[in-house]
Design a protein around this ligand. Structure first.
Ligand code: NDP
Length: 433
């Protein structure tokens, strides 16, 4: 805390991980001696830069850009870019730190990093978004590369933003390489990348349920957010036999007891880029309520928080448990506060932590990198089959690690340990660097 003042989200993420790694430290004193834990929490490199851009009315704006290259022991830095006014170094560091273990868990050779800006894309014209993305990439391009650091999307960064940034990278560097993932299909993107985080979250939850002889079939599901993860989570949860009855955005939530109509949501969010409140204009029998936290008062069997960090606090977790919720899968990064996680675990709610449950996005990004290197593309079905296998393996590895270290059914501990072992071995083998 003294070394990284004013970064509560980073402290929260590090504390959770280090506490769960205590049994590993006891088993591997040589890793403690080699300073693995001290080195793990210090980014290899952090870059902070000015992003000047001009609005349509001629106003000059200055935002701040970040890229935290956290750990490259097992592969090039990999992790998304977030554009949201709340972004500052503490948020990017928490996300980058989590990314190290998440990426390791996928079983693919990718290190951990994260970046973004305090730029607010809401209400901006296409041209303003392009101006911003070009300015952002003009600096970022010096630091990244297909074998060095490969960013992707996150909150506020979807296909449109990746397109503008990729174009600027290609123009400045004069090379066509897989330096960003989440690209459009006409210029190197992977089929199923757009769907991957939401689909992967549902595959993971299905594995958790299956292990207890249960499934999505016939379950009522609440998903927060209405962005990339929430939309494709809704699609897969429905395909697996669940009924999704609520979605939200930062303004409020919709409740449709007959099941959310996804075509309407896609039209509102992906095409018109409007607020989720518009939904009730198309479906007058549904309800809209102001305030996004209220979504957790809706009775459900499965909750999939897919908006942002710390969106489920202790009180919301208690309401979910009282309402009979049996499983929680974190689509967003760190959406449950530590107190909320404790409520879930102590009430035997099946709990899939973010670094396991939402790893499908980055795993498919790594598959996009492989396809770019081969200059070849797999079909949707091929990528989706690999994604399903990866999510099943993550579940298996996390639950086995939990059992081995005496924390059966605790996937928070299991995922942290399973992800950490590979990174620690690689760091140890490569010496004190
Ligand atoms: P999007 O920008 O597509 O959507 C974000 C959604 O969450 C929007 O509905 C947004 O509402 C809502 N939201 C954002 N910030 C807040 C807030 N402070 N309070 C309430 N609601 C908020 O992002 P993604 O769907 O890509 O990302 C969602 C989460 O999933 C993030 O935590 C991200 O880190 C995580 N994630 C995403 C991956 C991906 O592949 N996209 C991969 C792994 C994790 P509004 O429009 O009102 O802001």
């Amino acid at each position: 805390v003294k070394r990284n003042p004013g970064e509560p989200e980073f402290h929260q993420a590090v504390k959770e991980v280090l506490e769960s790694l205590e049994p590993v430290a006891l088993k591997h004193p040589e890793w403690v001696e080699a300073g693995i834990f001290d080195r793990l929490v210090e980014p290899e490199r952090q870059i902070i830069f000015r992003v000047p851009w001009v609005s349509d009315d001629g106003t000059v704006n200055v935002n701040r850009g970040f890229r935290v290259e956290f750990n490259s022991a097992i592969g090039p830095y990999k992790g998304g870019l977030r554009f949201h006014p709340s972004v500052y170094v503490g948020i990017i560091k928490f996300l980058g730190f989590e990314q190290i273990l998440k990426n390791s868990l996928t079983g693919l050779p990718i290190g951990g990093g994260k970046g973004g800006s305090d730029f607010d894309p809401k209400g901006k014209s296409d041209r303003e978004i392009m101006n911003f993305c070009q300015s952002f990439m003009t600096e970022l391009q010096r630091h990244i590369g297909p074998d060095t650091d490969v960013p992707a999307g996150d909150i506020g960064v979807g296909g449109r933003e990746i397109g503008y940034m990729y174009g600027q990278y290609r123009r400045i560097r004069n090379e066509f390489t897989g330096v960003l993932t989440g690209k459009g299909l006409t210029y190197g993107g992977s089929l199923a990348r757009t769907e991957a985080t939401g689909y992967g979250m549902c595959y993971f939850v299905e594995e958790m349920l299956k292990a207890k002889g249960n499934s999505f079939k016939g379950k009522t599901v609440v998903i927060s957010g209405s962005g990339n993860v929430a939309i494709y989570g809704t699609q897969k949860a429905t395909e697996l036999g669940g009924k999704v009855v609520a979605l939200s955005d930062s303004g409020g939530y919709i409740y449709d007891p007959s099941g959310i109509n996804l075509d309407t949501v896609k039209q509102i969010k992906e095409i018109e880029r409007k607020r989720i409140s518009e939904y009730v204009k198309h479906h007058p029998h549904a309800e809209y309520h102001e305030g996004c936290a209220g979504i957790w008062t809706i009775k459900c069997d499965i909750a999939l928080p897919s908006a942002t960090q710390n969106e489920i606090d202790e009180a919301s977790a208690r309401i979910l448990v009282e309402n009979g919720c049996i499983a929680v899968g974190e689509g967003a990064n760190m959406p449950s506060t530590p107190e909320a996680v404790e409520v879930f675990l102590s009430n035997k709610v099946l709990f899939g932590p973010a670094k396991a449950a939402n790893a499908g996005g980055v795993a498919t990004s790594a598959l996009e990198m492989s396809q770019n290197s081969m200059r070849y593309s797999w079909t949707f079905e091929e990528v989706d089959a690999k994604l399903q296998q990866i999510m099943a393996d993550i579940y298996k590895n996390a639950s086995e690690a939990a059992k081995e270290y005496g924390a059966e059914d605790n996937l928070v501990i299991g995922a942290n340990i399973a992800g950490f072992l590979k990174v620690a071995e690689a760091m140890y083998a490569q010496g004190v660097i």
